[in-house]
Design a protein around this ligand. Structure first.
Ligand code: 531
Length: 360
């Protein structure tokens, strides 16, 4: 039996297998609302056999969007369009997940295929928030406004409200976006946070926004449902976030009710020169975090081949694999992987309309 196709229980939720569709921005929402695109895109990946489909990074407030096309969950009107997508995902045997976040100093930007730059004066830009008035730089040159404590409290409340709406939208797995140079990561990294109050400086202070936000969400999100965090566990830059500090933060979050770690990396500044790109390059770090924190972990980044994914699970480096580009290329990646790994009756992953005809 392939380890990749064994179920995984997380609190009251059971994933049918270890293949996770990574949250992937589609920049295709209408004022934050899910559209038919999301139904077809995410629905297809549930039909393709994944165990968990995580809806893309969804902004907790309008100013927390990266672009005008980002998904959002800042009003009750966002719930029903998202619930429609999630009901379809669940009808096809996958668990519906949602990632919620705030883009911080990377907000108010063009869609990647429209230039990826901060929005200009004629493109309906909005005010940008961050821990300190330090710009990301390069193609995102606008310095954010350093947040007041009132603004910090408001964003924390926005995360909690987003969690309550996620529940109303039939989400069963919630992930906090604490990675990729967005707001929470900006608070954690000394490369973006130069505050001199209790939200900056020492390790303890740089953790504060993340810990308080986590606590607010955990209080709003049912105890029996899993809560995950995606963390950039290293900045790959001298003076930035280290794996050692990340492990300390993750231990704090574990004590406060964290259920799964989505191990990610990088993107706090435009300098990506030290990222050691290569197949499965984050797997050893994921295994270390799993061992030293003692929580279920997801491994991502450049995992492509079914045999490689199988080895990651079978050898205990991670509990799930989190796939992005492979899922863009092939919504049926789980079905094809099950066939490649000689799983008995791989067509059982598919809906009956397809499975009936695909007996061999
Ligand atoms: C990060 C990324 C950078 C470079 C190559 C692939 C992926 N993602 C992060 C996304 C937005 C798009 C780029 C988020 O985390 C929201």
């Amino acid at each position: 039996m392939a380890a990749l196709f064994t179920p995984l229980a997380l609190k009251s939720v059971t994933l049918r297998n270890r293949v996770v569709v990574s949250p992937m921005c589609q920049y295709s929402s209408d004022d934050g609302m899910a559209t038919d695109w999301h139904l077809v895109h995410l629905g297809s990946r549930a039909v393709g056999g994944a165990g968990l489909v995580i809806d893309e990074a969804t902004a907790v407030s309008p100013e927390g969007r990266i672009s005008h096309g980002d998904a959002g969950i800042w009003s009750d009107a966002h719930v029903e369009p998202l619930a429609r997508v999630n009901r379809f995902i669940e009808q096809h045997g996958a668990v519906a997940g949602l990632q919620i976040g705030h883009a911080g100093r990377k907000a108010s930007a063009q869609r990647p295929w429209e230039g990826d730059q901060h929005l200009g004066p004629n493109e309906k830009p909005w005010p940008i928030l961050g821990p300190s008035a330090l710009a990301f730089g390069a193609y995102l040159p606008v310095a954010p406004k350093a947040m007041t404590k009132e603004e910090i409290a408001r964003v924390r409340g926005d995360f909690a409200a987003a969690a309550r709406r996620a529940l109303a939208a039939d989400v069963r797995f919630l992930e906090l976006h604490f990675a990729h140079g967005y707001l929470a990561h900006e608070f954690f990294s000394p490369l973006a946070n130069q505050r001199t109050d209790e939200y900056g400086g020492s390790f303890e202070n740089r953790c504060r926004f993340l810990v308080e936000t986590f606590d607010a969400v955990r209080a709003a999100w049912p105890e029996h449902l899993p809560l995950a965090v995606r963390l950039s566990v290293t900045d790959w830059i001298e003076g930035g976030v280290t794996v050692e500090e990340s492990i300390e933060l993750l231990r704090k979050l574990k004590a406060r009710g964290l259920d799964l770690i989505d191990v990610s990396q990088g993107f706090i500044t435009p300098d990506i020169s030290k990222i050691p790109w290569g197949p499965g390059f984050m797997v050893p770090t994921t295994a270390r975090i799993r061992r030293e924190v003692g929580l279920p972990c997801g491994a991502g980044w450049m995992i492509s081949e079914p045999a490689a994914a199988e080895a990651i699970i079978a050898e205990g480096h991670a509990d799930v694999v989190i796939l992005a580009r492979e899922m863009l290329k092939d919504a049926y990646w789980p079905f094809h992987a099950a066939k490649a790994l000689k799983v008995d009756k791989p067509q059982a992953l598919l809906p009956i309309q397809y499975a009936h005809w695909l007996k061999r």
